[in-house]
Design a protein around this ligand. Structure first.
Ligand SMILES: [Zn+2]
Ligand SMILES: [Zn+2]
Length: 134
């Protein structure tokens, strides 16, 4: 299975099993985190991810009031993974950190109320304003 890493390669993740879910997010926090118009995020069970290399943490408060702990490389600044208080058994990983055009496509697109107007997405995605009620 492909590893994920930051731009300089110092912070790396390896995985013991495939991701559970991949989603796009258009929220403003993701736009600012990535510097891109939307984020592509994949989620693993927390026990199957091994982290190597240093990371700096940034604790963000989500709109829900719960915390999200972002881990980014102190040298190059790439955010590679995060943990959300709202889903403590999962770890989120930035899809761009794989640099793999063949990575499994997303099945969900969330916070579409903030989606850039020019962006066209596949009709096979499930679309949500905000998060799905699950
Ligand atoms: Zn780095
Ligand atoms: Zn987001």
């Amino acid at each position: 299975m492909a590893d994920a890493q930051c731009a300089c390669g110092a912070l790396r993740l390896t995985f013991a099993e495939p991701p559970q879910l991949t989603a796009l997010c258009h929220c403003f926090a993701c736009q600012r985190r990535t510097g891109a118009p939307f984020s592509a995020n994949t989620f693993y069970r927390i026990g199957c991810v091994e982290v190597s290399g240093p990371s700096t943490q940034f604790l963000r408060t989500a709109e829900s009031g719960r915390k999200v702990r972002m881990h980014f490389c102190p040298t190059c600044g790439s955010t590679v993974y995060w943990e959300a208080e709202a889903s403590p058994s999962w770890i989120g990983v930035a899809v761009g950190a794989y640099a793999d055009p063949g990575f499994a496509p997303p099945t969900l697109s969330v916070f579409e109320q903030h989606k850039h107007v020019w962006l066209q997405l596949d009709e096979t995605l499930e679309h949500f304003n905000g998060l799905p009620d699950r």
